[in-house]
Each structure stands twice: as structure tokens, then as C-alpha cells.
Design a protein around this ligand. Structure first.
Ligand code: AMP
Ligand code: GLY
Length: 420
């Protein structure tokens, strides 16, 4: 069987690598992918994620059994609908089901309607009304651009002034373009954050190990929000009962709600949660796998990934098994300056072997050689599995110290919350 993965980052590297390791998979294509993936035997296809008709043509001509869609913007653009209309199978939600991610207001409406615990909120397109709401609620308070903003359209404001400024930036100064034409303003939730993922088809779902991302750029959760600088799974200090409660109060009702709304969900559902004093509450839903969480979750899958997804697509009961010991931890290496401006074209260290995996995100071969150069904000990620978080940290950070990371940076405290 031949498969296609759509996307180009570390997440897609991890998905494609795991699919290629599955029995009965002869070839995995990634469109457009990045050159680093070819070191793992993946085949790149030079077609962009928004070129649906070219992707469809490629899938048909190459006998692709099904495609796995990585990025949120492709899903929001209706790539799955287009594939399905062309008679092709794709693992990911339809445009209407993906609205859970591409409109925070829609996600909130669904949560309220189906009783899913989340922060109290208001949605505004008028600045004066937003300002009045902020002043009435007081701080801390959270201001979010309604649409997709690469994880950067959220301001956790400690003061009323900061919140008003954020609303001003989004509604009047168009800082996030159309994504910020409406804002969701919500109650600040206090507690530990974690991510819960599920493979879903309609009302059937299969929960993945819990994960914790590190969204801020620098150590100690300082600096600007990024796509994610490192992660680990499972979260060892999170009681199993919290997962059970999250499934009952969050995953089940939202999937039921999506069916009732005529938007049955297919694909990976990603719930960003905060464990508050009143139990787990939703910060956001994403309609896809997380990046970098995928890179630390999928290495823990011990069953046949391609077979699992085939079964879920066919509405058959999959046999999904996970490593039930130890922790998988990964640290992202990014270009200095990320998430703002950064240089490209810096030489990258050799790919690791053995039990440290290198997943590439922004990597490209030099013009005349197969030397890899940096080509993006997040460049690569090292991932390993060990008995404990601190043992995994030691392995990764020892390896990173041996690498020449000139012009690049990484956080030195990934997983430290779990160690204390
Ligand atoms: P999001 O893009 O919605 O995941 O938000 C980015 C980050 O902002 C989250 O990972 C949280 O750390 C924080 N955040 C978002 N919403 C809230 C909230 N209601 N209360 C506290 N923190 C929040
Ligand atoms: N790791 C955060 C995200 O994928 O949105």
C-alpha cells in the first residue's frame, strides 16, 4: 500500500515515518515535506498543501490508498471534502467539522450547547463593546483572535489595560487580519495544562497518551508563544481519573454534539485542557495532531499505525496498543529569533541514530550537496524514551551539548515541571 501525508513539519515527519514502519506499506509520500525526511526513506512530492487538485491528481496516479492530512489550514480549506468528492479517502475532518479549530466562537457555541466545561466568554467584533466587557470582568482575562493565527493570536492579560490593548490590536489595528476581525474574550483558568488526543470516526474514538507541550520560547515559560518548543508523554503526574473524567465530560459530549450538528468528526481531535479546581476544562480544540506532541506520542505506538488508521477509516474496530512504561520526551531546536525574524541556511548537525530520533521541520539540502541547512523557525527535534522524565532529559540534553547549534536555540527545561 502507498500512502500520502500532507504537510511539511516535524509532525508530518513523525506521522510519515511511523506509517512507513507499518507492515504492508511500501512507500510513503509527503507533500511538500522537507529534505530532512528523505533521510528516513520518505519520498517528497513538490506540491503545496493548498493545491488540492494537483494533490488529488497525484494521489490517483500513484494509487494512494489514503492520505493523512497534517496542518490545520489545509483542513480549514476543505482538503478532505475535495479528496472525498474525487473518490479519495483522507484521514482528517471535513471543513465543517474542522470549524472546531478554525473558529473559536464556533467551538465555544458547541461547548455551551453540549455542556462541555470551558471558560466563561463573550465574542465581539465591536471594540467598544469588547472594552466594556473587559472592564466589567476585570483581570486576569484572556483575549483571543477568533480565527487561525498559528497559535499566536492569544493574549493572557494580567491587567485590564493589557487586555484592552490586545482587543484594540485585533479589532481596530487588524494585527491578525481577518482572523482577528472577531475576538473571543474569556475567563482566565488557573491550573496545569495538558493535551488529550483521540483518533475519531463519528462516535467511535480511541484516546492517545496524555502530553504536555511547552509553548513559550524560553526557559521558565518566559518569552513569546511559539508553535511549541518541546513536549513529553505521558504526563506522569496526571491521575488516570482525570483522563477518565475528560473523556466523559469533554470528548464524548463534543463528538455527540458534532454528530447532532450534522458535522460528524473524522481524524485526530486535539483537546487543549486545563486541570482547574473544578476539574478539566477546555482551552481550545484543534482539528489535527499537535506539533510537537505528535513527535513524542507516535513513538509510543506499538501497534501497526497504517492498519489502525485503515480500520478507523473503514469503521472497523482497530487494535491500538501503546508502550505502557517510561516517558517519551522531545526538545525542539529552533532558529535564533523564532518566533519572530530569523536567519535561514545554517548548517545542521548530523542525524542521530540509535534510540534518539531526529525529526526535521525546517531543513533543506544545500545547493550542491546533501548537507542539511536550516530553513524555518522550528528546525528539528530530538526525541527519546527512557524510564523517567529526568533520564530522558539527560539523554537528550547530553546529545544536544555534543551538537553544534550555532545560530539555533532550544529550551533547557523541557519536562522539568514533571520532575519537581
Ligand atoms: P491557545 O492558542 O488557545 O491554546 O492559547 C495559548 C495559550 O494561552 C494556552 O496554551 C494557555 O497557556 C493560554 N490560555 C488560553 N486560554 C486560557 C484561559 N482561558 N485561561 C488561562 N490560560 C489560557
Ligand atoms: N503544540 C501546539 C499545537 O500543535 O497547536
Amino acid at each position: 500500500m502507498k500512502l500520502l501525508v500532507v504537510g511539511s513539519g516535524g509532525r508530518e515527519h513523525a506521522i510519515a515515518k511511523k506509517l512507513l514502519e507499518s507492515q504492508g506499506v511500501e512507500q510513503v509520500f509527503v507533500a511538500p515535506g522537507n529534505d530532512g525526511m528523505t533521510l528516513d526513506g520518505l519520498d517528497l512530492v513538490n506540491i503545496g498543501i493548498s493545491e488540492h487538485s494537483r494533490l488529488i491528481k497525484f494521489a490517483k496516479e500513484n494509487d494512494i490508498a489514503w492520505s493523512f492530512i497534517g496542518p490545520d489550514d489545509a483542513l480549514a480549506a476543505g482538503i478532505v471534502d475535495d479528496f472525498n468528492q474525487a473518490g479519495l479517502k483522507a484521514f482528517g475532518p471535513s471543513r465543517l467539522a474542522a470549524e472546531l479549530e478554525w473558529s473559536k466562537d464556533f467551538a465555544k457555541e458547541i461547548m455551551v450547547k453540549y455542556g462541555v466545561p470551558t471558560a466563561a466568554y463573550g465574542t465581539f467584533s465591536d471594540f467598544e463593546e469588547a472594552k466594556a466587557y473587559i472592564e466589567k470582568q476585570g483581570a486576569p482575562i484572556v483575549v483571543k483572535a477568533d480565527g487561525l493565527a498559528l497559535g499566536k493570536g492569544v493574549v493572557v492579560a494580567e491587567t485590564v489595560e493589557q487586555a484592552v490593548e490586545a482587543a484594540h490590536d485585533m479589532l481596530l489595528d487588524n494585527k491578525f487580519g481577518d482572523s482577528g476581525a472577531r475576538v473571543v474574550i474569556e475567563e482566565f483558568l488557573d491550573g496545569e495544562e495538558f493535551s488529550l488526543f483521540a483518533f475519531v470516526n463519528g462516535d467511535k474514538f480511541y484516546i492517545l497518551p496524555t502530553a504536555q507541550d511547552h509553548k513559550r520560547a524560553y526557559d521558565g515559560d518566559k518569552g513569546p508563544n511559539t508553535g511549541g518548543m518541546g513536549a513529553y508523554a505521558p504526563v506522569p503526574h496526571l491521575p488516570k481519573s482525570v483522563v477518565v473524567q475528560s473523556v466523559e465530560t469533554i470528548i464524548k459530549p463534543v463528538l455527540k454534539g458534532m454528530i447532532a450538528e450534522g458535522r460528524p468528526y473524522l481524524g485526530v481531535l486535539y483537546a487543549g485542557l486545563i486541570l482547574t479546581a473544578d476539574g478539566p476544562k477546555v482551552i481550545e480544540f484543534n482539528s489535527r495532531f499537535g506539533d510537537p506532541e505528535t513527535q513524542i506520542i507516535l513513538p509510543r505506538l506499538t501497534s501497526d499505525f497504517a492498519q489502525n488508521i485503515t480500520d478507523i477509516l473503514d469503521k472497523k474496530e482497530p487494535t491500538i496498543t501503546w508502550l505502557d512504561e517510561g516517558v517519551t520526551l522531545g526538545v525542539v531546536v529552533a532558529s535564533e529569533g523564532y518566533p519572530l525574524d530569523y536567519e535561514k541556511g545554517l548548517p545542521l548537525p548530523e542525524k542521530t541514530d540509535g534510540d534518539i530520533i531526529t525529526y526535521y521541520a525546517g531543513a533543506k539540502f544545500a545547493e550542491n550537496s546533501r548537507a542539511l541547512l536550516s530553513n524555518g523557525g522550528r528546525v528539528y527535534m530530538l526525541v527519546t524514551t527512557a524510564d523517567t522524565v529526568s533520564a530522558a532529559q539527560e539523554k537528550i540534553y547530553d546529545q544536544l551539548k555534543k551538537q553544534d547549534t550555532t545560530g539555533l536555540f532550544y529550551r533547557t527545561d523541557i519536562g522539568s515541571k514533571a520532575v519537581k
